[in-house]
Structures are given as C-alpha cells and as structure tokens.
Design a protein around this ligand. Structure first.
Ligand code: BTN
Length: 259
C-alpha cells in the first residue's frame, strides 16, 4: 500500500535509531530539501535531523542537474556533523545504506554505479547528493540528500525513460516509501556509527560497485576519459586503466558503461 503522505511521527515512532530520523521536518511540497537542510544546519539543528518532502518542485541533482521529484517517491536530506576525516566516506555510507534499505524491503539487488548512483539492471533508481561546508580543517556540516524513484511510472517521463527505473516498475506493484525510509535511516545510523568508531566501510562499498572491471567512459569536468574501471581508492576515487596501460585517478565524474 502506498501512503498518502509521510508524517514525521510515521517516520520517527519506534524507529530503531538513537539520533538519525528522531527529528523529522516534513513538507507536503518544497523546492528542495537540500536548501532547508542547509538553513537548519547553519542554525545548529540536532544531528540526524531529516528534512523530507512528498514532492519537490526544484529538486537538485549532481553537477547542477535537476532531479525529478513527484509525489510517491522519496526525497529527503539528513544533517550530520562528522569530523572532516569522514567526509569522503559519506558517499560510500549513503550508497550502501540505500542498497541495504531497498534490498531489505523489496528483495531487489541494487548495485552502485561509481561514484554514487544506485542502479537496478543498469538503470538508475536513486541519486545521492552530498553538500557540506568546510572551514579550514573543520567540517561545519554535511548534508546527505537522497532521491529514490519508488513509484515513478517511467512511461510518464519519456525524457528519463532509457536511463532510469523505479522500484514499482521493477516489481510491477506499488512500494511503501515509508518502509524504505525507515530501513534507510536505520542503516545510515548503523554505518555512520561503524565509520566513526573506526570500522572501514570501504571494502563493502567497493564490492558493491557494478562498475569495476567494465569498459567505461568517464566525463570529469570538461575532460573525457576511456578505459577499464580497474579499482577504487580508499578516498573514493576511481582508478581508470587506459588502453596504453597508464592509470588515471579520477576524483569525481560521470560514468557511462561501454560494454
Ligand atoms: C543525482 O543523482 O544527481 C543526485 C540526486 C539527488 C536528489 C535528492 S532528492 C532529496 C535531495 N533534495 C534535492 O534537491 N536533491 C536531493
């Protein structure tokens, strides 16, 4: 059954976390949860605060793209205050939490497409955007924005149809956003506590990447690369092997599979 709306209580009540999702700020409609989260973080919101909207009118994607965010899908941002040291790992943490959350609720087996798209059968089902404010050696805050296509009918959105999918399109039935959100928040906190107490999540993230070993094209800023996605470094960078044997370390970019 799909909920009409997502109340803060439906998310927080009996949620098995200590802080993530214990405070939820809900909007029926909002430009972007990232903007409200940023304002809240600047005002010192308690760690783990979640900003959630039934729909976004100006959802933000990576690389200044827009993110389609109609009702029936998940659009949320989580405020965290980790040490700067952990900033590169937040991408890994968020991707793994989404994979675990989707798998636990639906049984589907999503993969991670470097750096942080979640795909099912090669099509994107979730996008993650991390924004932060760093001053010198200090991280003021980090915001993890997560958008999941839960009940998106892709035939209604031909512009993204070839590259995207949704949980309902994969399963042929509606999916509860609430179940995915609650599972996701529990996983975020579990992985965050592991990370900040010295447990590495890099190996699991690396092993969940569907990109490794594949021939890819990577667009990083204005530069395009081609080669085999050989591995990832501990800081999350992609190590790309070129046909001439040389290796490039790519900190961020967009990957297209070539094989
Ligand atoms: C991407 O793949 O480009 C990242 C998409 C991130 C979308 C989410 S939806 C919740 C949060 N609010 C936004 O405006 N963007 C992120």
């Amino acid at each position: 059954m799909v909920e009409d709306s997502l109340s803060p209580a439906s998310i927080s009540d009996n949620l098995e976390t200590h802080f993530v999702g214990q405070r939820v700020i809900y909007y029926p409609s909002l430009a972007s949860t990232m903007e409200v989260a940023k304002r809240e973080a600047q005002q010192g919101a308690v760690e783990g605060t979640v900003i959630i909207a039934d729909q976004q009118t100006a959802g933000k994607g990576r690389l200044k793209r827009t993110w389609l965010s109609p009702k029936g899908n998940i659009a949320l941002s989580i405020i965290l205050y980790p040490d700067l040291l952990y900033l590169p790992s937040l991408i890994m943490l968020a991707s793994l939490a989404v994979v675990h959350g989707i798998e636990a609720v639906t049984g589907l087996k999503p993969q991670i497409k470097w750096p942080n798209d979640i795909v099912i059968n090669g099509r994107k089902v979730c996008g993650i955007l991390i924004e932060s404010n760093v001053r010198g050696n200090t991280l003021d805050y980090a915001i993890i924005g997560i958008g999941v296509n839960v009940n998106l009918k892709l035939t209604d959105f031909p512009e993204i149809l070839p590259a995207a999918t949704s949980l309902s399109d994969e399963l042929g039935r509606d999916v509860s956003c609430l179940s995915i959100i609650r599972s996701l928040l529990v996983e975020i906190e579990r992985l965050y506590l592991a990370l900040t107490t010295g447990v590495s999540i890099y190996e699991e993230w690396r092993d969940s990447l569907g990109t490794l070993g594949r021939r890819v094209r990577v667009k990083s800023g204005k530069i395009g690369y081609e080669g085999v996605a050989e591995s990832v470094a501990r800081d999350g960078s992609l190590l790309l092997r070129h046909p001439d044997g040389s290796l490039t370390k790519i900190v961020m970019g967009d990957v297209t599979l070539r094989d």
